[in-house]
Design a protein around this ligand. Sequence first.
Ligand code: AKG
Length: 264
Amino acid sequence: MRIIQCFVLINMCSLWWAQQPHNDGEWVTKDRDRVAKPGPCNIVVQDGSLTQDEFLERYAYSKPVVIKGASHNQLFKSRTRRSVLLNNYGHMTVRLSSANSYSYAKKDMSFKDYCNHHIHPQQLSALGNETFYLFGDNSHEEWQNLLELYEPPPYSLPHHLPAYSFGLAGPGTGVPFHFHGPGFAETIWGRKRWFMYPPDVEPKFHPNCTTLQWLMEVYPDVKDNPNLYECTLQPGEIVYFPDKWWHATLNIDSSVFISTFLSP
Ligand SMILES: O=C(O)CCC(=O)C(=O)O
């Protein structure tokens, strides 16, 4: 009986600790390594009281939305602390994708090697096709024990099924502009800046340049363009991108994140 009480108490403490704002899940980012700052937010922000009907009527087919307070992922968050992930998955091989618009190149390495040697701040001079990023392409069978703990956003699109893509990367990294089907993305640890354009407004970008290069070189000229939608997600916040909306991402801190792609 005592042992069970202790076990429950330890679990409750670790869930509480995972929610504390100063806690970075051991995905430490030094101040000098924060190569980009959080930005403004002109995407509509809703709280968790948004209903499925309101989601369908106002956003699902027409515009992005940021949803705060709808995520219930304390357990998933506690299992994605650095030491816990390394302990459980360090030996596994992960497939990295090049961080250019169309992610052509792939590189395999152990998860331990990736965490210990490849989660570093993005160099401004490095191109997207030379930068490797863990996002998607992980074997769902091998990661199933973790992914099944993820509670997806409580909204859906009729006749669409969800598929998860788990990611982990250093400060200043991100994926440059691209588009695909609709989906949600949630930051678990760290903050991430999102940039979007409607499907009929192609952004100015070079597919091999990183989002960091775009931020430094192009963003100052387009930041007031009403077609540019942007927001910085805090841990536990969700963004919805409708079908074929252009989007690019930029991690402010070392970040753990997950997307829920919706496919017919
Ligand atoms: O979170 C990221 O950095 C990439 C996410 C993304 O581009 C996507 O979900 O399509």
